[in-house]
Design a protein around this ligand. Structure first.
Ligand SMILES: Cc1cc2nc3c(=O)[nH]c(=O)nc-3n(C[C@H](O)[C@H](O)[C@H](O)COP(=O)(O)O)c2cc1C
Length: 359
């Protein structure tokens, strides 16, 4: 087979380096084949555009899987991507791979391939490749980072798979490995929708800066979606946070924690004490009143209750941020987080072995 494309453009987003490395492997393969290849980072994107290039162009999208979907910023990027007839595209989603003894265990894509593929199809593109890539899980809010030896072996395996995939696509072939797990992906689709519309906002608010924070501003500077603001000389995570894990894994002081225990306690206090009390005391409502017979009052009361609940949460988060300036309170939150302890490793993609220039 001869090389089918003159140009390759890869749009990528990566929290901790897995998706970026995958894009680099594809670029490397393309460059070896004499294709004019380029990677475009969509961090903090302002506009979506395709550079005008001479000759046939292949476009790739490369991003991690978040909550059984692509991360919201990549989805928004694809959503706004210009329409084009008959341009070839591929999608690679990196997932939470694990390794049990010698067995490589795959992650689960959910809608991470099928939803963006559908959007691109409707925009007129031709889907040439749908490839999940099982690199180490970076979700260290829920488990410690994998051991270095395991990480390296997963990278070696994925480099081979990615380059094989890239070679095939760049030679004009197609590959749809994503279809292998279709029944499982469809089964978790409702969770993907729930995560996108609700779950991610709750998870975004689990990050805190402990007393070891020096207010260096690196997390704010590096955040791909400008979700971290400095308030009262401490980082504050807004609802925009994608939980990409970049801040937590790159903080030079290891000062960013996921406040697991405290978050559960906080939600319990807001949901079962503060909001019900506010509603009853000031409006005579109950939170989630399912006994109403009149449907108008039913909708109004429950919508109002949810609005009060969100407002209470929002105010509560600001209050906690203020309390975190007190050393004792800060220590209480930090030391009730598993992530505070040494055994809870951080995760970053290992440094590149080959230092081939990326065009
Ligand atoms: C908030 C969050 C949600 C995740 N959800 C999934 C998931 O649904 N399925 C999966 O296989 N991996 C999931 N992962 C793991 C990442 O997709 C995986 O580690 C990816 O390779 C990280 O890529 P990056 O280093 O480019 O950010 C999740 C990770 C995070 C931080």
């Amino acid at each position: 087979m001869s090389v089918a494309y003159k140009n390759l453009l890869i749009y990528y987003f990566s929290g901790t380096g897995n998706a970026k490395r995958t894009a680099e492997w594809i670029i490397e393969t393309a460059s070896e084949m004499g294709i004019n290849a380029r990677m475009i980072n969509i961090d903090r994107f302002e506009k979506t555009e395709i550079p005008e290039l001479e000759g046939k162009t292949l476009i790739g999208f490369c991003a991690p899987t978040h909550g059984f979907n692509l991360p919201p910023n990549m989805l928004k990027y694809i959503w706004k991507f210009p329409r084009r007839k008959n341009t070839d595209v591929f999608i690679v989603n990196t997932r939470a791979g694990m390794k049990l003894s010698k067995l490589f265990v795959p992650g689960l894509s959910g809608l991470a391939q099928f939803f963006p593929a559908l959007v691109l199809l409707l925009k007129g593109y031709k889907i040439k490749g749908m490839q999940p890539m099982d690199l180490p899980s970076n979700w260290i809010s829920i488990h410690p980072g994998l051991r270095q030896k395991v990480v390296v072996s997963m990278f070696e395996r994925c480099e081979r798979i990615t380059k094989k995939f890239a070679g095939r696509i760049l030679n004009g072939g197609s590959k749809y490995k994503a279809f292998l797990s279709l029944p499982f992906d469809l089964a978790v689709a409702p969770i993907a929708v729930g995560y996108y519309f609700v779950g991610r906002f709750g998870i975004a608010k689990t990050f805190v800066a402990s007393n070891t924070c020096t207010n260096c501003g690196l997390c704010e500077k590096q955040c791909p979606v400008k979700a971290i603001k400095t308030i009262k000389r401490r980082p504050y995570w807004t609802f925009n946070c994608e939980s990409c894990m970049r801040c937590m894994n790159t903080c030079p002081e290891r000062a960013i924690e996921t406040a697991q225990t405290f978050t559960i306690a906080f939600w319990w206090i807001i949901l079962s004490l503060v909001t019900p009390w506010l509603l009853k005391e000031f409006y005579g409502f109950r939170l989630f009143n399912f006994d109403q017979t009149d449907w108008k009052s039913y909708i109004f009361e429950n919508a109002f209750a949810v609005a009060v609940w969100f407002l209470t949460l929002w105010a509560g988060y600001h209050f906690i941020h203020f309390l975190m300036t007190f050393k004792a309170f800060n220590n209480l939150v930090a030391y009730t987080s598993f992530t505070k302890y040494k055994f809870w490793r951080r995760y970053k993609a290992p440094k590149r072995q080959k230092s081939k220039p990326i065009v």
